[in-house]
Write a protein that binds this ligand. Sequence first.
Ligand SMILES: *Cc1c(COP(=O)(O)O)cnc(C)c1O
Length: 393
Amino acid sequence: MSTKYAALNPTPRVLMGPGPSNVPPAVYRAMGLPLVGHLDPQFIALMEEVKQMLRDVMLTKNAMTFPVSGTGSAGMEFCCVNLIEPGDEALICINGVFGTRMTDVAQRCGALVTNVKAPWGRIIEPDDVAATLKTMKAPKLVGIVHAETSTGAWQPMEEISRIVHEHGALLLMDCVTSLGGCPVRVDDWQVDAAYSGTQKCLSCPPGLAPVTLGPRALEKATKRKTKVASWYFDVNLLASYWGQDRVYHHTAPVTMNYALREALRLVLEEGLENRWARHERNHRALKAGLEAIGITIASQEGHQLWPLNSATIPAGADDAAVRKALLQRYSLEIGGGLGELKGKTWRIGLMGESSREENVMLFLSGLGAVLNELGCKTGTAAALAAAREVYSR
Ligand SMILES: *Cc1c(COP(=O)(O)O)cnc(C)c1O
């Protein structure tokens, strides 16, 4: 029987936006492996491995570490819905889109939210957190984004963690864009709860949200006076599924877990330190190349993320036209600015598998050519030379 639908055949892209990043061949191969039941002993063994691999990558000993079924935002919802009881005071830090989203999620969980804000592109100042916590009666939770993907700001955690704990609150960290691309030290920083996503620096397709809850967070979640408002994300139920009992809760997306296991295996095979160093090097080369043609990194100096580079769009350049030309002619995707930064910045991701020397060089060549064609004179050769110089060090 004929059909009007052609076989699916997407053109491969160089994914240099804010996620998803490119997926390594080994991860695609893992996704083609035979499905088994989610309570099959083979899958149960895989669940145990994935939990341990996640602990190794998140640098934590937390027993409650596993992938929530859903994307990064599901990790955010999971943490908020379990750790917040209606009426709890929460402080959520906002310096971009994801702190704004976390505020919305926390409010939906019934939190009385106070915000500490910083201008988009800048980090949250510990002093501001300390001063605001002093004005609150009984702050229960402080939420903060480690790597603000909307702005490229890289938040230092240690000082803020100390302050949060002095006030007896739990620290919730969004490490969606940082995990696997720059240091994330859950235990060293005494982070009580953290969530991530698979499609950023872990280079796995979107679909799972690694989460970890430390002892204090777990105590809060298990000793609540009120039922967790979400059945799907209730850690008390998920614990019997991902723990020793294997009580059916939902059907874990088996293939996604194959993919995550393989992606985590690749991260650990490369080594965390090596992987971070690779992300740093490619960030430095990209930054040097952009600066050589007068394009600056928009986020705060000294706190610029390696996996996500927010570049100020040069005067006279047409944001959408440049991104469209890069996609059409180079099959290369970068992101536009979000929220306040729409039309002002490009977001150039160098995440996981996409963080490669050849991608940096391809992007700089393509950007130079496209800008010139669109009437914005730039010296492509200077950009390439500056990036090359970083690689030759
Ligand atoms: C991408 C991202 C999210 C949301 O993840 P989704 O997979 O899109 O649901 C949350 N926080 C940060 C910092 C992100 O970069």
